[in-house]
Design a protein around this ligand. Structure first.
Ligand code: NDP
Length: 479
């Protein structure tokens, strides 16, 4: 069986204790490879490699750093097919999604920050009394990047790229649930000539390898994407050593639909924002609020569209929804359907585990639509992170804003209306880091990305990410 290896100090090696964790193929429910069960000792080795590489990497001219990163991006593109296949196998997502979204975005992330670093300017303040200030942006040293399983290589590279572009060395941990493309990525880094120790990838459990990264006193900052509860644990740990931290956490996003919207476009996009990646995207709109006058029309059109939304093996061309990422996660999502029923909701579509012929042990579930629940019940307040949406009618803007803003989360929101004044009124009042009007998941990598309330701390994207991974130092000179 294939053994994934850690990437430390430029080499692919097993964990020191040579212990392994099973890695599952969710579409079959079978173990298909093994992951190093790394611990503190492996993280120590990775941090040491990062420290040794830091002096040279941080003083490497930006243009040279960019050149190596662009080579990595090119290699991702050249190996697109193999990476997309590996992502679909490891995560359960449809191959078409991995091919069209995950892998292209991974090379875009690297290319974006490789070139952004050459456009990053520093501040300078001239004082009339004969003093001049200029501000240096210096890399932090060794930083930690921890990413989740839903968009594995996409989010892994989104963190690593700004960190290494700005001259830091990185110790990174992908989710233990989806480690494969991070492993393949480490091979591409070697092939591209990334100097040893600049990026170190340690595989293993969050509670051991992840915790060792967060607790390490030589690691200067943590960039984390994952669940709000894990974020809370990490924030406490970071406080002990005053690490900088960037936290991208959970969401329970509203999708607000007014009667005056472009109906066909809204229905098509709402299907995506509800069920793309099996609903396992932090930006999915799982609470759908529909203006009362078009509630029945919406319901009929949405459910009709869902009939054509094929659930199946990720490698089947017709598949639009693959397997959920793990057995535990499938059970968690199904338990929320039960909770919804207990809370008085009616399941009007799906709601069940699915058995797919030829993949009987895979973790499949029907896309699920529930109505009849109040906005403030647990089903409508807690993150489910699966193919489950609720429908809630509303009458007025004030009412829907109360519903939309009622959760502890505030990551993203979608608004559908042709009335531009209303769109802006609502966008201003939503407690949310990101608002899409008449679209969803459109991403310009220069824009601020992140959430408010318990959806996170800080912003990623563009120069904000480069600022996170650098420390400004002001130099004041008399003349
Ligand atoms: P988790 O929080 O469970 O895990 C995220 C990462 O943290 C994994 O690599 C995990 O390792 C690691 N980890 C777990 N515990 C610790 C710990 N104590 N110390 C250090 N690292 C730890 O999230 P999921 O992987 O389940 O991802 C789903 C969540 O991510 C959802 O809540 C979703 O909303 C959120 N998310 C947020 C995004 C955003 O941009 N705001 C984007 C995408 C997802 P391991 O897997 O081995 O446990």
């Amino acid at each position: 069986m294939q053994k994934i290896e850690n990437y430390i100090n430029g080499e692919l090696i097993s964990s020191i204790k040579e212990q392994y964790i099973d890695n599952y193929n969710p579409s079959k429910g079978e173990v298909y490879s093994l992951i190093p069960n790394s611990d503190k000792d492996d993280v120590d080795l990775a941090v040491k490699a990062g420290e040794e590489a830091f002096a040279s990497w941080s003083s490497t001219p930006k243009v040279k750093r960019a050149e190596i990163m662009l080579k990595i991006a090119d290699l991702i593109d050249e190996n697109h097919k193999e990476l997309a296949h590996a992502e679909a196998l490891d995560n359960g997502k449809p191959l078409f999604l991995a091919s069209h979204v995950d892998i292209p975005r991974a090379s875009s992330n690297i290319r974006f920050f490789a070139t952004a670093i050459m456009h990053n300017a520093n501040e300078s303040y001239h004082m009339e009394e004969g003093f001049n200030n200029y501000t240096l942006s210096q890399p932090l040293g060794v930083v930690g990047c921890i990413s989740p399983w839903n968009l594995p290589l996409y989010l892994f590279t989104w963190k690593i790229a700004p960190a290494i572009a700005s001259g830091n060395c990185v110790v990174a941990k992908p989710s233990e649930v989806t480690p494969m493309t991070a492993y393949l990525f480490s091979k591409l880094c070697i092939e591209a000539g990334l100097p040893k120790g600049v990026l170190n990838i340690v595989h293993g459990l969050g509670s051991s390898a992840g915790d060792a990264i967060v607790s390490h006193n030589k690691i200067k900052a943590i960039s984390f994407t994952g669940g709000t509860n894990t974020g809370r644990i990490i924030a406490r740990k970071c406080a002990e050593t005053f690490k900088k931290m960037s936290l991208e956490l959970g969401g329970k996003n509203p999708n607000i639909i007014f009667a005056d919207c472009d109906f066909d476009n809204m229905i098509k996009t709402t299907l995506q924002s509800s069920f793309a990646n099996q609903g396992q995207i932090c930006l999915c709109g799982s609470r759908i609020f529909i203006e009362q006058s078009i509630y029945e029309k919406f319901k009929t059109a949405f459910l009709a569209k869902l009939e054509t939304h094929t659930v199946g093996n990720p490698f089947d061309e017709k598949t639009r929804m693959g397997a959920l990422v793990s057995k535990d996660h499938l059970e968690k999502v199904l338990s929320y359907v039960e909770l919804a029923k207990e809370e008085g909701g009616t399941v009007i579509f799906g709601g069940n585990k699915l058995i797919i012929e030829g993949s009987e042990n895979g973790y499949y579930m029907e896309p699920t639509v529930i109505e009849g629940l109040p906005y403030n019940c647990r089903t409508n307040q807690e993150e489910i992170f699966g193919p489950v949406v609720t429908l809630i009618p509303f009458e007025t803007e004030e009412e829907v804003l109360t519903y939309a803003n009622s959760t502890p989360y505030g990551l993203s929101a979608t608004v559908w209306t042709e009335n531009i004044s209303r769109a802006q009124r609502i966008a201003n009042k939503l407690d949310s880091g990101i608002v899409w009007v008449n679209c969803w998941l459109v991403r310009d990598l220069r824009t601020p990305f992140g959430g408010v309330k318990q959806s996170g701390l800080g912003r990623e994207g563009g120069f904000r990410a480069l600022n996170f991974f650098t420390e400004p130092k002001n130099v004041c000179m008399a003349y």
